[in-house]
Design a protein around this ligand. Structure first.
Ligand code: UD1
Ligand code: CA
Length: 458
């Protein structure tokens, strides 16, 4: 027995009221359609019906998923007849076609397997997944006639009595391909929406006394996304599942409800994620890290034993035992070796910071290379930009950059050198030297006394 799969993804998703095609809305950091692609990944042949903004949708397809263009979206039945008539489908010799909508990211492979097994073992021509739901509004309802599965009625076509039915159609089907070929052309568009409904195949099978089956699953695995609030529901469900999986693997979460993470994020056992963290993209958090509270980490490598508090880390890399924050900003290309501290109100960008170096507070390090054990004091900054171009600052090991120093790049501070506080450094400082650029301090004796006297006479 062999299976082909098809994802329905041609519609715009008008009810979302968003310029982005529905199947491209982000769910846990991935386009929604990726979930459907994963669900049918094991099938022999895989198609995706595209139409609305098809170029964009096609870009998100994994390799070996064949796009089928449905120029006008005349309904789910029309979408499938477009497939059946396409030349890509001509030499498809598989026995069954599994149809899934692109807007049901909660779908589970195990439920598809249940459906396929049921269809095959009962020799049915069509089977679908249903669920009992609290609020069936918007879904097609399962209509049974004395225990016989007679038809599906859409919300817009349903009468008051039918609207009360709580068993709904998930839009997920397994269809015998011979039956499909014979009957898909017989679907008509006589309904309120003037659309060709794929669901009419049920009634066609019923009329022809052909076997139909229903596999009921829980509401949680089939919820569709038709509105922004359903997108939020579905994402929350998936997020809970994802965090549960991380917890099962030994990651501590202080407050799962306030933790947002993408599916792509990797976290090692023994890491702790405190409240209010957003972990996104290709972020990799190693063991014994404590992340948060209140941190955002995107596309970054966080090495073993690092702590990150109230900070933003984007496209950065921390080797191990980094101490970041509170209130630090590690920007793109910040590469921190072992035991580096970047503390309160410090920002780094496109810079390497050597082992044991410290940027403890109120500093900017951009386009710089700091070797080991450098101290970059409060208020010091690299002046990396001259209004036209960016320039590099090099600070050799054991150098000490005093508070409020401006290092006007390109410039090099030699090994073990010191930069005096408040200096504007425009020339290299040789190893072991003190670079200082300040006017001599003047002390004016008796100044305050004279000032105060003057004040009283006025
Ligand atoms: C459909 C089902 C309904 C079911 C619900 C489950 C029909 C007639 N109704 O309704 O019984 O309860 O799904 O979520 O099938 N699409 C195309 N081409 C088209 C029309 C739609 O590819 O011409 C795609 C859409 O992009 C979407 C999917 O098919 O991914 C479902 O279409 P949608 O309009 O959302 O159908 P529902 O009204 O939700
Ligand atoms: Ca839908």
């Amino acid at each position: 027995m062999s299976i082909s799969g098809v994802i329905l993804a041609a519609g715009q998703g008008t009810r979302m009221k968003s310029p982005l095609p529905k199947v491209l809305q982000s769910v846990l950091g991935k386009p929604m359609i990726n979930f459907a692609q994963e669900a049918i990944a094991d099938f022999e042949k895989k198609y995706v019906i595209v139409g609305h903004q098809s170029d964009k949708v096609i870009q998100t397809l994994f390799e070996s998923y064949i796009p089928i263009i449905q120029e006008k979206q005349l309904g789910t039945g029309h979408a499938i007849s477009t497939l059946v008539e396409s030349k890509e489908y001509e030499d498809d010799k598989n026995d069954y076609l599994v149809v899934i909508p692109g807007d049901v990211p909660l779908i589970k492979k195990k439920d598809l397997d249940l459906l396929i097994n049921d269809v095959v073992s009962s020799k049915a021509v069509i089977g679908l997944i249903s669920a009992e739901v609290n609020d069936p509004f918007g879904y097609g309802r399962i209509v049974r006639n004395q225990d016989e599965f007679e038809k599906i009625i859409e919300e817009s076509d349903a009468n008051e009595q039918e609207k009360q039915i709580k068993e709904i159609n998930s839009g997920i089907y397994c269809i015998d391909k011979k039956f499909l070929k014979e009957y898909v052309g017989k679907i008509e568009s006589e309904n309120i929406q003037n659309e060709f409904y794929l669901t009419d195949l049920i009634n066609i099978a019923f009329q022809n006394k052909l076997e139909r089956v229903i596999v009921q699953v829980s509401e949680d695995s089939i919820q569709g996304v038709n509105s922004m609030s359903q997108l939020n529901d579905v994402e929350n469900t998936l997020r809970k599942e994802l965090i549960q999986t991380h917890m099962d693997n030994g990651v501590y979460f202080q407050d799962p409800n306030s933790t947002y993470l993408d599916k792509t994020v990797k976290i090692e056992a023994g890491a702790k994620i405190l409240a209010n963290c957003h972990l996104t993209g290709n972020t990799n958090i190693k063991k014994d890290c404590v992340i948060g509270p209140n941190s955002i980490i995107n596309d970054s490598e966080i090495g073993e034993g690092s702590t990150i508090q109230f900070s933003v880390v984007d496209e950065a890399e921390i080797k191990s035992n980094g101490k970041i924050g509170p209130y630090a900003h590690l920007r793109k290309g910040s590469i921190l070796d072992e035991d580096v501290k970047v503390g309160a109100f410090a920002e780094t960008k496109n810079s390497t910071i050597g082992k044991g170096s410290k940027v403890p507070h109120l500093a900017y390090v951009g386009d710089a290379e700091l070797e080991e054990d450098v101290n970059f004091s409060a208020g010091a900054i690299t002046v990396n930009y001259d209004g036209k171009e960016k320039h590099k600052t090099e600070i050799k090991k054991n150098a000490f950059v005093g508070s409020d120093a401006m290092l006007v790049a390109p410039v090099t501070i030699g090994e073990g050198a010191m930069v005096g506080a408040g200096s504007v450094i425009t020339k290299d400082v040789p190893p072991g030297a003190l670079g200082i650029e300040r006017n001599d301090q003047k002390n004016i004796d008796g100044y305050m006394e004279r000032k105060n006297k003057k004040g009283k006479n006025d």
